[in-house]
Design a protein around this ligand. Structure first.
Ligand code: DQA
Length: 148
């Protein structure tokens, strides 16, 4: 099982950026925790990608075609704006789980809609770094059930 973890803009600033909203954990720490959980769950390969650039995220999704079984994505602000990222996910038809560290429904109205949530397997929002771990567990279960 191959899973790619994709993080969008400003998430490289986790730990520094608005800690009252996003927590104190850095992206590096989140990735390390995901790698540990991946081993525990027996996920063969976990790849990590972060970019502040929309087109690079589109490329990373396209390059996953026929290579990656599932995507865990925090699209960050692009989730609220990017039809291109939605289209890339539809193009590769790779099952994905959308995660957010903050609870987007508790925040400004413009964060309540994302262009990914209606095509995601599911959305986890509001549990800080744990959103990622919960998301990985959910994605792993979904992929396991698809192959069995
Ligand atoms: C976020 C929520 C988005 O609204 C915001 O633009 C982010 C981070 C989150 O993880 O809570 O950059 O995706």
């Amino acid at each position: 099982m191959k899973i790619k973890v994709i993080n969008g803009p400003n998430l490289n600033m986790f730990g520094v950026r608005q800690p009252e909203t996003y927590g104190a954990t850095t992206l590096e720490q989140i990735n390390q925790a995901l790698a540990r959980l991946g081993e525990e769950l027996g996920i063969g390969s976990l790849e990590f990608f972060q970019s502040n650039i929309e087109g690079e995220i589109v490329e990373a999704i396209q390059q996953s075609h026929k290579r990656i079984d599932g995507i865990l994505i925090n699209p960050a602000a692009y989730g609220h704006t990017s039809i291109a990222i939605r289209d890339a996910l539809l193009a590769v038809s790779i099952p994905f789980v959308e995660v957010h560290a903050s609870n987007i429904y508790k925040r400004e109205e413009f964060r309540h809609k994302t262009y990914l949530s209606d095509i995601a397997e599911g959305v986890i929002t509001g549990f800080s770094a744990d959103s990622y771990l919960l998301g990985l567990r959910a994605l792993h279960t979904i992929l396991k059930n698809k192959t069995s």
